[in-house]
Design a protein around this ligand. Sequence first.
Ligand code: BGC
Length: 896
Amino acid sequence: MTQFTANVLSRLTFAMLGILLAISCKNKIEESPTAPIGLQCEYMENPVGVDSETPRFRWRSNVVQDEYRIVVDEDSVQVSNGKGTIWDSGQLKGSDNLAVYAGSRLKPYTRYFWTVQVWSDGETRTSAVASFETGLKEESNWKGNWITDSKDVNLKPAGYFRKSFDATKSIRSARAYVAAAGLFELSINGEKIGDHVMDPMYTRFDKTILYVTHDITRSMKQGQNVVGMLLGNGWYNHQSTAVWDFHKAHWRGRPRFCINIRVEYDDNTVETIVSDTSWKTSLSPVIFNSIYTAEHYDARLEQGGWNAPGFDDNKWASSIEVVNPAARIKSQVLHPIRHVTRIAAHGFKKIDDRKYIFDLGKNIAGVSELTVKGNAGTTIRLKHGEQLDSIGNVDQSNIDVHYRPTDDSDPFQTDIFILKGGDTETFLPRFNYKGFQYVEVTSDQPIELTQSSLSGLEMHSDVPIAGHIQSSSDLINKIWSATNNSYLSNLFGYPTDCPQREKNGWTGDAHIASETGLYNFDAITIYEKWLADHRDEQQDNGVLPSIIPTAGWGYEWGNGPDWTSTIAIIPWNLYLFYGDVRPLQENYENLKRYVDHITEISPKGTTDWGLGDWVPVKSVTPKELTSSLYYYADTRILSKAASILNKPEDAKHYEALAATIADAINAKFLNKTEGIYGKGLQTELSAPLFWGIVPDDVKEKVVNNLVKRIHSDGDHIDVGLLGTKVILNALSENGQAELAYTLASQETFPSWGYWIRNGATSLFENWPIDAKSDISRNHIMFGEIGAWLYKSPGGIKPDAAAPGFKHVLLEPHFMHALQSFEARHTGPYGEIVSSWSRSGDQIHYTATVPANSNATLRVLAETIDITSKTNVEVTTEGPQKVVKLPAGTHTFEIVQ
Ligand code: BGC
């Protein structure tokens, strides 16, 4: 038998096995439609590169789960027969659906299979087999060297790297483990590997670099193989100059990478192809790339077949070995950035045969792809922006304000594409993205473009959707969708403020938007990675920078508790939404150091360290009030985390500290007789209500004063970033949901609806649409309204006492201006639905509570009739009716 036949046979066997496994899995599911589903390891389906010693498993059971058992084994057949020699959790009581691996030590490079078996009413059901695969696990398993092509950080073209090698035997499996400082595109035998873009995610490069694992079995063949790498600058080699000084980063360097290609042959031998000086290198047609501004490509420099066998690389240079830039190399296990949606141009205008304007009809984060035919050497510029000027050209004046170019070679958000001539050519940048709706295409020679010549590709961390809002108000639906658009436009492996002007990981914007994010998207993997970035950035004294990651900027400005409370608020929200203690465990010491630092510098019990109610409509709330409230909130979270993590001393200490801070704030700002904080501005009144420091005996007065204040502000908001987090919630939680809705649904200035009525498809950074500064059109910082829709008209809330929606709080507010409203959120136990429609004062309400969870419905009602077969009691608490709901779908007729 020749090697070739052996290879083909082994592949056939592999394929047959796959088909058999698929059939058997299918049978299993058909036999047991109520088997557990949605199996995840580290919050990903069948992930590769899991290096945690204690990975977490998650599943959903659509039937009552009395007991469960997890088995893990290297042998999938064993696992499907219910045997796990690596880990067998044993039969455990309870309806938990999150388990932490506690088996024998996991080996590197190993695919483990697992199932979960559940018992329900004496019957047992087993899930289909899922898997997770470990990566290198130990840094000592890196066999590759760090290599690059030059030491010149100012060298503009991106480097190609090429390695040819012979796979001498029939291949069973192959993996590429790629660590890079900068960005990379990996190809094998001429084909790009995987559908990720802009890997690896941005980190503090001197501390942590992430490596990415790809299953490359199907791209490899017996015989000659060629691996190609194209390296981009990303944030590692920021050549563009802007006010945050990334071009001066102490870790800046020419992009470099380290690779292990691990090939397992059918005869059980292993060969590892590694990065070293034998890799050949040459400059690529990507003649410039900047994550911040754009990409330039000269198609005349293409070298056909450079990453495939048969290419003559004799003229290429040898790579150079360089130092590993990071203290640690960690596996990247998260939802990658992808080209998620393609958007056809919605508007098109030919100015002349050298100038065209494209309008996507939606403001996005991403790139544009141009297909064109023209003479060799034709230079085409694609200028991207969010708005047009009065004569219809792309206007970047709202977004280029922090850019400090030193010459005209690197125009802002403007790709440059030089044609090679001949056939139709397509250009798509690889190492950059932009925030834009319009593209102005100009050319130095005539070109013929049509509306279909250009399309937009939306990009973001491709997190699964976890929620949906549908209401009778077209405006509310549009606000919700614009909020999600801005949330995703600002999710690139870390949350950003805006996709155009900065792309900075502004902490304040991110904690404000974290509930919105978690109601709508399964974003835990991105937040956990970003919290690791926080731990990398924290100074010994507890201080965090205002932007994370950073090259140093942000430790001196904007990093008070109103922004950097991310270290408290995000782990806490993850705990509430996922019921997972790990984010609290991993960040506990960091949070403690952080709170202790504020305590040290705040002997009075209050602090004015911070930025305050950023970009307010008109009134300015004292930042000492808002910053101290965040200090209070963090201390409360710390105390609650201490109880959860069984640290009673800490819990007591920080609970007492929180009470002292609350007293100090009230002593300084609260006029108890009047029930007014400060001057009684909207943020001044709603922030203490929301964060829970208003003494019970003055609460009513404070609420009444807030209502009066809003009326005197014409029933419009007068808040900034911190105020938007609290105002709608403070009203809804204190009996003023109708007024909250009035604010939320305004269509005139200042309001979210005002932007929408003026054509917005994303949220803006400033309330007036013609403001002079802070005028990005794609900011998520005013995005709490997206979460409020779930919490108030939808009424779906997590319960800290039974987090992860194990117990769902259902507290919908039936606003009179709405005919119907529906909120759906998929939590760890499944989809929660809260849906209502009205006829006059009669509300028809439907709630769906997933299996293995329960809910408490609490509504303001005169009467409530249960119209489903739900056998439960209704109790009355003051003006409220309270119903404890088991899993299932329940319907009600409610009269208010
Ligand atoms: C950013 C904001 C950020 C703010 C803090 C701005 O430039 O875009 O979203 O929170 O600075 O000062």
